[in-house]
Ligand binder design. Structure first.
Ligand code: S3P
Length: 180
């Protein structure tokens, strides 16, 4: 049994949080919630439009408010945006209210998976590789800090990642018991 009220996926852009998350939610009978989508629904504007109008800081405020509210709920699989761990309050709420899985992914893999992305504001620049390395340097220790479980996704498609992840989770939870 899940030892926490929710399951949260963290990791960088292109780590597969959404595609893996949808499949995992189905396997464990959880409601799938994507934080970015919840922000878009609440604000009534796309992520690029939010960045354009209120900047990254404005986006982070909304991200924090939406995540905070979502984590009051339970029986959800919450897929977070890659930058959600930057905020100490988000990190503490995730730890308190969920079992956190970090989908660890190398920059080389991100670059391949995100090659055709024209939607993520932080990637619309010439030096994409450098930017991803800079983000990884800052964020990877934070992902590690928050994670209950670290799962490498390099070289795996979403189906394979889910298969190996489900096995690991089932084994771990059998020993943990349920606190929820
Ligand atoms: C961001 C990641 C995006 C989205 C926004 C900012 C980030 O989510 O929240 O563009 O700072 O890494 P994904 O990780 O789902 O792409």
């Amino acid at each position: 049994m899940n030892p926490a009220p929710n399951l949260v996926l963290i990791g960088p852009m292109g780590s597969g949080k959404t595609s893996i998350g949808k499949r995992l939610a189905e396997r464990f009978g959880l409601r799938f919630v994507d934080v970015d989508q919840a922000i878009v629904d609440r604000v009534g504007a796309s992520i690029p439009a939010i960045f354009e109008h209120v900047g990254e800081a404005g986006f982070r405020e909304r991200e924090r408010a939406v995540l905070d509210q979502l984590l009051d709920g339970q029986d959800q699989l919450v897929s977070t945006g890659g930058g959600a761990v930057l905020d100490a309050h988000n990190r503490s709420r995730m730890r308190d209210r969920s079992y956190v899985i970090y989908l660890r992914t190398r920059v080389e893999t991100q670059l391949k998976r995100l090659k055709h992305d024209r939607h993520r504001p932080l990637l619309q620049r010439e030096d994409r590789e450098q930017a991803l390395h800079a983000m990884a340097e800052l964020r990877n220790p934070l992902y590690e800090e928050v994670a209950d479980l670290v799962h490498d996704t390099d070289g795996l498609n979403p189906g394979q990642a889910v298969g190996s992840l489900v096995e690991r989770i089932a084994r771990l939870w059998q020993n943990n018991g349920s606190l929820a």
